[in-house]
Design a protein around this ligand. Structure first.
Ligand code: 6PG
Length: 472
């Protein structure tokens, strides 16, 4: 039988869709799942693509079905399951074969797996895949980490299955080791911030302006035709328009306000902190999900403190809506600036040479945070060369100057009304701190020196100094 070009382990939703995508692009693919019944069912349901799918009942059969050097995509739950599959593959693979972990792995696990496979003759690739179910089936954004040589071997398949933005593939090699999974983690951190800020604006529209879901959906729909144009705004409109078949009520109104999370947002915050890069909007978004899960405590706290009176956002609804759009845009700029600053720092720390413009480009289509805005980010990094922060790119200085007064007004009004806008407020505080040449840490330095003789720098002399505390 003709050998397959590539293999795939793990026929869950993402794995199945990725396998169909690969087959559709003309590649023969061998597939294996721990439960053989699922493998058979998958092959049987592949319709016109059935001929390009080689169902394998054992890992040995999978290895035998692929043309060497054998690339195999492992699409199983991040963590222990990946290590188990790698162990199985080590038993049947030989020199030159390539194991591709396409799950949402913690990049530190990826780094460990690289070192564990060192000397085995096997090649490892850590690959971030974004776009959910639909993306996997019709074109995800693909972030690859590993050796350049291994990328070249799988590049034709990966570029073929990836999303395209104006015919440019949204798949790229980003660096060695854990680079791909690190970038995917930051993608998800930004995704959390984006979603949280949208939810906060929804909260102002619902509780501040007393609008109904469908009406709010239309506002998002209108914004989707402007500077906020993006997949997340688009689906927000769609979601807000949907009715619950059981009750006839808007679906959003019957969904419990308790958000789940699988860990990537948290990892992005941990890594930002470890690298010493403030990613406050992302941190606020992760914390907001945690707080959302404390439903019972929140109910008790509302009973204890009482509800605040209905919010007043003024009579000029059109002006408030215009402010909300710009506030969301300003918050988004700050969140993306933070995410990219984290990647820049990581690139230096781990010597990856992360191509920031390329990352922005491969996020323009296929992934969850896809938007045209990412094209503007790509341009800023391409033109800006060595800019430290997106907020310093000339195009972004212009956009932020236009948008931050709105963010300020919305955060102020929401705070007065008791409507929580943690990610927007964090974005604003970050911006204000970043743009303030003389901050307030002189006082912190004085306190540190007072209680711990930590020393401080003077504005008028070199070296470490101490305060006159003994005489104070
Ligand atoms: C993507 C998404 C995806 C992630 C979900 C759920 O890029 O396709 O980031 O990888 O798993 O968004 O993540 P949470 O459960 O943590 O919200």
């Amino acid at each position: 039988m003709e050998k397959a070009d590539i293999g795939l382990i793990g026929l869950g939703v993402m794995g199945s869709n990725l396998a169909l995508n690969i087959a559709e692009k003309g590649h023969r693919i061998a597939v294996f799942n721990r439960t053989a019944a699922r493998t058979t069912a998958f092959a049987e349901s592949a319709g016109a693509l059935r001929d390009r799918i080689v169902p394998c009942e054992t890992i040995e059969a999978l290895a035998a079905a692929i043309r060497p050097p054998r690339p195999v995509i492992v699409m199983v739950q991040a963590g222990k399951a990946v290590d188990e599959q790698i162990a199985l593959l080590r038993g049947v693979f030989s020199t030159g074969d390539i194991i591709i972990d396409a799950g949402n792995a913690n990049f530190r696990d990826t780094v460990r797996r690289f070192s564990e496979l060192e000397g085995s003759g096997l090649t490892f690739i850590g690959m971030g895949v974004s776009g959910g179910e639909e993306g996997a089936r019709h074109g995800p954004s693909i972030m690859v980490g590993g050796t350049e040589e291994s990328w070249r071997r799988v590049e034709p398949v990966l570029t073929a299955i990836s999303a395209k933005y104006e015919s440019e593939p949204c798949a790229a090699w980003l660096g060695t080791g854990g680079a791909g999974h690190f970038v995917k983690t930051i993608h998800n951190g930004i995704e959390y911030a984006d979603m949280q800020m949208i939810a906060e604006i929804y909260g102002v529209l619902r509780d501040g302006l007393g609008m109904q879901p469908k009406e709010i959906g239309k506002v998002f729909g209108a914004w989707n035709r402007g500077r906020l144009n993006s997949y997340l705004i688009e689906i927000t409109e769609t979601v807000l328009a949907a009715d619950d078949p059981k009750t006839g009520r808007p679906v959003v109104d019957i969904i419990l306000d308790r958000a789940g999370q699988k860990g990537t947002g948290k990892w992005s915050v941990i890594e930002a902190q470890t690298l010493g890069i403030p990613a406050t909007a992302i941190e606020a978004a992760v914390a907001a999900r945690v707080l959302s899960s404390m439903k019972t405590e929140r109910e008790a706290a509302e009973a204890a403190y009482g509800k605040l009176p209905a919010a007043s956002f003024g009579d000029d609804k059109a002006a408030v809506l215009a402010d909300l759009e710009l506030a969301l845009f300003a918050g988004k700029i700050a969140a993306y600036a933070q995410g990219f600053a984290v990647m820049k720092a990581a690139s230096k720390e781990f010597e990856w040479g992360l191509p920031l413009p390329t990352i922005a480009k491969i996020w323009r289509a296929g992934c969850i945070i896809r938007s045209q805005f990412l094209g503007t980010i790509a341009d800023a990094f391409e033109d800006g060369g060595t800019i430290d922060n997106l907020l310093m790119a000339p195009a972004f200085i212009g956009m932020m100057k236009e948008a931050h007064p709105s963010l300020r007004r919305i955060v102020a009004r929401a705070s007065e009304a008791g409507l929580p806008v943690p990610a927007l407020a964090s974005a604003l505080a970050y911006f204000d701190s970043y743009r303030q040449a003389r901050g307030t840490s002189n006082l912190i330095q004085a306190q540190r020196d007072f209680f711990g003789a930590h020393g401080f720098e003077r504005i008028d002399a070199e070296g470490a100094h101490h305060g006159p505390w003994a005489t104070a």
